[in-house]
Write a protein that binds this ligand. Structure first.
Ligand SMILES: [Zn+2]
Length: 87
């Protein structure tokens, strides 16, 4: 009999807490491995001085970290935005 102890560390997606009115939320970012401020695409666009469409494109390209809320909304990791502004 083989007993395996597997420690599965899964980030719990408590994104149900996300409210539309909130522009920034502290959530766990798997890519960062830390709790970071997640912002709406609209806010992310403001930060990068661009438009939300460009943000969605970055999301699709995997350029930024993001989490998906239950309503299909995405929240962008502000840390990954910051890392990107240099370009
Ligand atoms: Zn991140």
């Amino acid at each position: 009999m083989i007993r395996r102890r597997r420690t599965v560390r899964f980030a719990t997606h408590n994104v149900t807490l996300v409210r539309a009115a909130t522009e920034s939320l502290d959530l766990w970012c798997e890519a960062c491995g830390a709790t970071v401020a997640m912002v709406t695409p609209g806010r992310a666009a403001e930060i990068l001085m661009t438009n939300p469409r460009a943000i969605y494109r970055r999301v699709e390209e995997g350029d930024v970290h993001f989490v998906e809320a239950d309503r299909g909304e995405v929240l962008i990791c502000s840390e990954s935005l910051r890392a990107d502004t240099a370009g």
